[in-house]
Design a protein around this ligand. Sequence first.
Ligand code: DC
Length: 220
Amino acid sequence: MKQLIIAIDGPAGAGKSTVAKLTAQKLNYNYIDTGAMYRAVAWRALDEKAELSDQAIAALARDLDLQLDYINGTTKVTVAGQDITEAIRTPEVSRLVPKVAQVGEIRKIMLELQRNMAKSGGVVMDGRDIGTHVLPDADIKIFLTASIAERAKRRWLELTEKGYTINLAELETEIAARDKEDSERELAPLIAAPDAVNIDTTQLSIDEAVTKILALARRD
Ligand code: DC
């Protein structure tokens, strides 16, 4: 069977990574979490207490010895051999990462890495600009959404389970601000590709969303 390239885009909390991971597992494909790549750059900048100018962060991205390993349903993220899988999910990194993601030089570096990772097919890649910029020739493009209230509730549960005390209303405001930054930035904004299939997960279970994507994959 043909090894497809599946691109999944959408805003934070729409369920992209869970849906993408499960789809990859069912098809026995590799899963590439491109948000983790931008997060790794932001983590590096914070870890090194680097100057937070675009040029300084781009220089860090250029020299980042980044590796993503998708093993047993989990993506292990390492920078220069250091496991930063958990460290890239802190609220501090989440706050800095939209700034990192709007630097043209950084997007160029990431795009090249991402295209290289997908070139042999059999891959599910999720992010914000995969169907529009990174893999415009992907076999299947999905735009996954959900209401802001539902997305905030999901992130709140995720962070609370990790032991963070977070105010739900504040989280909703933060997510709305991040959506705005991601959708209105000049370079590769978050937008559905014209040929993407829209899936709204507000009322949909993870399994139902995955089933829809698998049906598209089996038809291809
Ligand atoms: O999906 P996430 O929350 O881990 O993404 C982190 C940030 O990176 C978010 O601000 C959007 C940005 N991003 C991007 O601009 N392009 C991508 N392909 C993936 C993520």
